[in-house]
Design a protein around this ligand. Sequence first.
Ligand code: PEP
Ligand code: MG
Length: 580
Amino acid sequence: MEILRGISVAHGIAIGEAVILDAEEFRIPYRTVAPDHVEREMELLDHAFRSSLQELADQTQWLGEHLGQDAANVFDWHIGVLKDTNLRSSIEDLIRQKNAAAAYATSTVMRNYQRRFMQMTDPLLVERIRDVQDIERRLLRHVLGETREDLAHLSKPVVLVAHDLTPTQTAQLADTMVVGVALDSGAATSHTAILLRSWGRPGVIGLNDVSTRVSGGDLLIIDGVNQLVIANPNDQTLEEYKTKKAEYERLAVELEVIKKLDSVTADGVRIYLWSNIEFPREAAIGMASGADGVGLYRTEFLFLRPEGAPSEDEQYEAYRSAIEGTRGGTVTIRTFDLGADKYTQQKQYEQERNPMLGLRSIRYSLQNLDMFKVQLRAILRASVHGDVRLMFPLIVSLMEYRQAKMTLHDAMEDLEEDGIEFRRDVSVGMMLETPAAAIQVQDYCREVGFISIGTNDLIQYLLAVDRGNERVGRFFSASHPAVLRVVRDVIRACTKADVQVSLCGEMAGQPVYTLCLMGMGLRHFSMAPANVPEIKKLIRLATIPYAQRVVRRALSFETDWQVTNYLRKETKKLLPDDPI
Ligand code: PEP
Ligand code: MG
């Protein structure tokens, strides 16, 4: 039995035999054709381009209808490359001038095209290599007329294992018997991760070498709850997971009912559950999962597209659509949190030595004021459509917050001059994600409308653990006593100052921390829509005095594993049958 730890893209448990997806390598030998066959090769090429574009149009339409516009847009870049006349004429030149076979000419030109991206340092551009490979394979499939045994022809449920999946392969999963996915690679913002999340079945990515450690036919367990992949489990583990899987399925049915109920503790205290969203359409998904609104809209995902920053109108439409999807609930729009692991494609960055400590978040916004102002105008314009709040990410100093607010006021004045409607009383707050901000929380409380605690970053900076580095992943823990004490102090200071405080890091959606956070006085939680029903279930079973007892005891421990064990035990008392 082997246990591998990675990054979960969706909850749940999947059990099945492994199917290893090889990199689909076509080996194309150098081949020329007789001069009177050149026209036939040109026709073959034309057929390949037309068929590829048709396939992409069909796929885009299917994705748009089944997974939404964001998923459909994934192939825009592929379509752009196939319509690039320079690229096509390079292939045609090779056929005409060298009598090259269409397959050889295609492969040669596409490999050269790929090499250009290999020399780039921007991680998002490097990711384009996979897109180019995907386009090459698609063209070659049509040139060579090969029909590969593909995922659509599986006859039993399987777990798919691969080094990586191209966007095309990921999009194909929706109609297959694949029940779970395990990948070596894994960047949370890649197109593949976005599509896997929309697909929704259990998946763990960022496993490094799962595709070489596992063989086709091995029995695999994908544990999307604990972010694990277990290969060839022993009988006891397999039985445990079969039980957990059955529990999960039973729980899913029960949660369908619970998500529609009020989020109130057993002793009558209202707890607000908001959703974290990356795309506007997820606002409605959050509401359907039982959320009260949106506690964090990560708007930077609008900017991570090949075409570059969206215009003011495009942004306005996106924000308005999220507001409409929330049907009157609060929508908390965070200004773009770019830099660190999220780079726009237009900006050519010097590689930063420590990007997590580099030009990111509000620092980036304040150095790109034109782009920042466009976003602020779009948010302000959208604010007339609902209960909109605006917040700034990663505030480290009061000066930064004040500068951001000044920019907001500039944007307001511009709108006023232009005679454009907006809400002047829009609530403005900050994300508290740094030790510096936590230490100065009382000072911020005098100036901000609300505070949202971003524990993903707060933990990274408190514990000196890069949140994206799988090699130190085991040191990243919300149970660390230092983390718990800082979170408690921040909640306490905000409550005393009568400033609304919420928590929108991953911790808010993890049942083991719910009692603890409620006991500290937290009344506003924000989490991935999929976590809302389970957290609501737990809240409805708990009372505040019980939660306060739990937090007192949790804060008495000296190590994170003691805290986790204790919190798990207490949570299990309320949810004895649930997989947590
Ligand atoms: C956080 O840091 O906790 C947070 C919610 O923001 P993000 O995960 O987008 O950095
Ligand atoms: Mg953050």
